[in-house]
Design a protein around this ligand. Structure first.
Ligand code: PLP
Length: 430
């Protein structure tokens, strides 16, 4: 595989950008190779600067559920760009977008647009604190909600932990109100509420975690999270940045039949442009500035390009529900095929899948939480990743990420992927 141009571009990039990238995972460090520089996307395929073609299972980390350059998204985007890129003033498309989401998702009565998932979760937590007048928040180990200070935290030692910052630059003082909890552990969350319940403003959770591989909540855990937050009048925040409009049109909350108080979105609702949003109960959302006291603002929030790309994507998904059935069928085909391969080759692996999000962990443990996810053999994943890449399949460059199916993918693409996977797994076995 010729990667000379990518290599050269990476050398140039490293001279002027830390690690040569604008987001760390792009540097391919955990698979121990230089990153590809990508040039073009077309449906389910991507092309790098050296002209190599790959089937894309990353989809820009989730947004591209329709694949690259969907004709209708591109057409509408081109039309709107001709009218101007940003006004910093209200535009009709913002209301149409909000209406679409409010009509689609029963838990969302009002919504505000921001520019990233990080902004969405950061502001949702501020809102929950403003609404409850409390300070503490609960976050689960292995869940990722972006890089705002109070969420850059890892579990401390002990069962009831105020976690410790997992990045220099985050003062202890900032995370002292963040409690870390074990995902899918009902006893642990009950213990936390027994001790701190009256001070807990919010619990934030990825209903299907997608940042430690793919790890869904159990139904009983989801039900208990809803009931315990109600008992203590804490705000339940679903971080559906990844799962929203992905695992089902109405998101993970529809699969679990849970009505969160607030929900965070990003990724798919921007159709590949920078966006984020948080929304929920009118009573809570009415606390937001300018009608309420909780402050938030954004120069580019709700900008017409992101709104148009996102609105068009959501409209296509809403009007074509069969897309989700197809995504599920294709994802199931991939999962079943991979399971068969690892069985045939005698490789220890375990699988989690929710709709078009799946993960093969190189471990023999069932993965229900972070502690199990990290038993995966990342060296094996690195071999698997490289061997797949050589065979024209672009997976996430880390074991602890989701594999995404997109609607432009055909059954032949899955067959090709499975053929590549058999040979890649043979190399893993070696
Ligand atoms: N929340 C979840 C569940 C995510 O997966 C991510 C990013 O991958 C974020 C929040 C942060 O979003 P962003 O990268 O847009 O800031």
């Amino acid at each position: 595989m010729n990667l000379e141009k990518s290599k050269k571009l990476f050398e140039e990039a490293k001279a002027v950008m830390p690690g040569g990238v604008n987001s760390p995972v792009r540097a391919f460090s955990s698979v121990k190779m230089d990153p590809l520089f990508l040039k073009k996307g077309e449906g389910t395929y991507i092309y790098d600067e050296d002209g190599n073609k790959y089937i894309d299972y990353v989809g820009s980390w989730g947004p591209l559920i329709l694949g690259h350059c969907h004709p209708e998204v591109m057409k509408n985007l081109k039309e709107v760009v001709e009218l101007g890129t940003s006004f910093g003033a209200p535009t009709e498309i913002e209301t149409r977008m909000a209406q679409l989401i409010v009509e689609a998702i029963p838990s969302i009565e009002m919504i505000r647009m921001v520019n990233s998932g990080t902004e969405a979760t950061m502001t949702a937590l501020r809102l929950a604190r403003g609404y409850t007048g409390r300070s503490k928040i609960v976050k689960f180990n292995g869940n990722y909600h972006g890089h705002s200070d109070s969420l850059l935290i890892k579990a401390g030692s002990g069962l009831l932990t105020h976690g410790v910052p997992n990045s220099p630059g985050v003062p202890e003082d900032v995370v002292k109100n963040t409690i870390t909890a074990r995902y899918n552990d009902i006893e642990n969350i009950e213990e936390i509420f027994k001790t701190y319940g009256k001070d807990i403003a919010a619990v934030i959770v990825e209903p299907v975690a997608g940042n430690m591989g793919v790890v869904p909540m159990t139904q009983s855990f989801a039900d208990r999270l809803r009931s315990i937050t109600e008992e203590y009048s804490s705000v339940l925040i679903f971080d559906e940045v990844m799962t929203g409009f992905r695992v089902a049109f109405k998101g993970a909350q529809s699969l679990y039949n849970i009505t969160p108080d607030l929900t965070c979105y990003s990724k798919i609702i921007g159709g590949g442009l920078p966006v984020g949003a948080f929304g929920g109960k009118k009573e809570i959302m009415s606390m937001m500035s300018p009608i309420g006291p909780v402050y938030q603002a954004g120069t580019l929030s709700g900008n017409p390009l992101a709104m148009m790309a996102g609105y068009t994507t959501l409209k296509i998904l809403r009007d074509n529900p069969e897309i989700y059935e197809e995504l599920d069928r294709k994802a199931e085909m991939l999962e079943k095929g991979l399971k068969k391969h690892v069985e045939t080759l005698g490789i220890k692996a375990s699988f989690n899948r929710v709709g078009a999000m799946l993960c093969m962990f190189f471990t023999d443990q069932e993965v229900e939480n972070f502690e199990a996810a990290v038993t995966s053999d990342t060296e094996k994943y690195a071999v698997y990743f490289k061997e797949m890449l050589k065979r024209g399949v672009y997976l996430a460059p880390s074991q602890f990420e989701a594999t995404f199916i997109n609607a432009a993918m055909r059954y032949e693409d899955i067959e090709k992927t499975l053929e590549a996977a058999y040979h890649a797994l043979e190399e893993v076995k070696r």
